[in-house]
Design a protein around this ligand. Sequence first.
Ligand code: M6R
Length: 612
Amino acid sequence: MCGIVGYIGNRNATPIIIEGLKRLEYRGYDSSGIAIIDKDSKLKLYKESGKIIELERILPAPKEVYGNIGLAHTRWATHGEPTSTNAHPHTSCSGKIAIVHNGIIENFQILKNKLLAQGHVFASETDSEVVAHLIEHFSRKTDDLTLAVQEALKLVEGTFGIAVISEDHPDRIIAARKGSPLIIGIGKNEFFVTSDVSAIIIHTKKVIYLHDDEIVTVTRDSFEITTLENEVVEATISEIDWDVSSIDKGQFKHFMLKEIFEQPISVENAFRGRLVPKLSTTRLGGLNMTGDELRILEKIQIVACGTSWHAGLIGKYIIEHLSRVQVDVEYASEFRYRNPIIPKNTVVIVISQSGETADTLAALREAQARGVRVLGITNVVGSTIARESDGGVYIHAGAEIGVASTKAFTSQVTVLSLLAVLLGRMRHLSPVFGTNFINELKGIPEKIQKIIESNAQIRKIAETIKDATNALYLGRGVNYPVALEGALKLKEISYIHAEGYPAAEMKHGPIALIDENMPVISIVPKDVIYDKIISNLQEVKARNGRIIAIANKGDDVVSELAENVIYIPETLYDLQPLLSVIPLQLLAYHVADLRSLDVDQPRNLAKSVTVE
Ligand code: M6R
């Protein structure tokens, strides 16, 4: 959730790591700081609460913070309030060693008590600071900074992505990981360390993803990776396959709006190369499963959090409908702590945009510990979930920066629909159905584009509900999870309380909330249960609820009932979520923007939730 960026080379580190920090601000943003070893080999430290702009305000003139080596951090508070003292980097008693840390040190209190007894003095309330003191403790016994960090980390229980610099070793950065991402960027006579490639992609696309319990020593012109036991590890260099434009807002006011508008392309990227029209089916090479293994599959257990969980719920509707393979969907945080029944011939599918969500990762490991094959549907290449899964599918949505997930959601649903067709065609789906599905899927990007053209109309509708305090989202069948997703989008960025319900459930309780102030956003496509939803809307109308309907063109019945209608093109039942969610994303965006809120960085949230 926090972000790390470090630099060593021949350039001034300060502007590079500050720029990198800004790219990471979306991950967590209650305070930030930098440590630079200046040209006189002195460690300089600057920390501030609030956004990075606050940190920039306290930085002295650039010349005074000139140094070729530095570390920076954005923090999302776990232990201790978001004050400047609790911000990273943290230093040791001597002030010579600085560390930045992502993750949680679970045994920090025990370690801290021991260090206090030895005379160490702590400045902050954080768990992270113990690492600086531990490294100092071991540095008194060895001249080798890498060895001192190794010894310190061996005592640490919990998770870490960590980077360390020391005044006594002004020619190196030491970095390590366990359960929290750490990446080395390789430049020309310069290296970067970061927790997220977005921070360094403007400098290099060549990266090495550290594995758990690996530690790297980086100098200006070399690097060496070892285990915590000091065994040398051979590095694999990867090339980042997305472009720097993904992390620029371009003409858009916010990343979220840009990412909503990108969906015609991102959805296409999710199915590109995966359609096999000749055989009326799809191909998902990364599953690492043979035809026989796929054919005997009896159950899929989907595990995810937040928006990815909503995509999983849609996956259940589509996969069960098209393939008749049973699908259960569970929150990762629940799955990991109960004793789930996983019958034979089951695969677990974990869905995660970031590939780093702590609960989802823990659920993956729990399933693997039970000997179950785990497939990952992820966006971030090289992420922990992508690496630890037994197989999987990248959604290729490109960098998603807005905290509210939008394009990742439609790409996840696209990939799940490909899986549904693949499994269906191996069972009973006819070639005619397969071909029809593929053709319809190919037309989805254009249909999304059509909906995006209603942006101005949706903003006007947003004006009418921007002061609401509550909102209800209704959908049925495959659009019920879309209602949940619409409600999540609204609440997380506009701070309006919103609930999603299957429309028919309304009369079992939520109907009591309906009055003339309650916006009821309903998804009403022309499908088999259309008449039922219309009846549900009549019930809302009878209680003066303000209906905003997402409906198909030419639907006069809905336009009679609703205060406002947003029209979407017709498509196959299973593909409807790819269209019906777009107006909901735009509506949430405009409501939040009209309320002058920080759309891309809503309060209390972080892009990737790497703590429990
Ligand atoms: O990276 P993941 O897909 O694992 O993240 C899961 C949730 O944290 C995420 O979807 C969250 O709910 C978003 N803020 C939703 O917009």
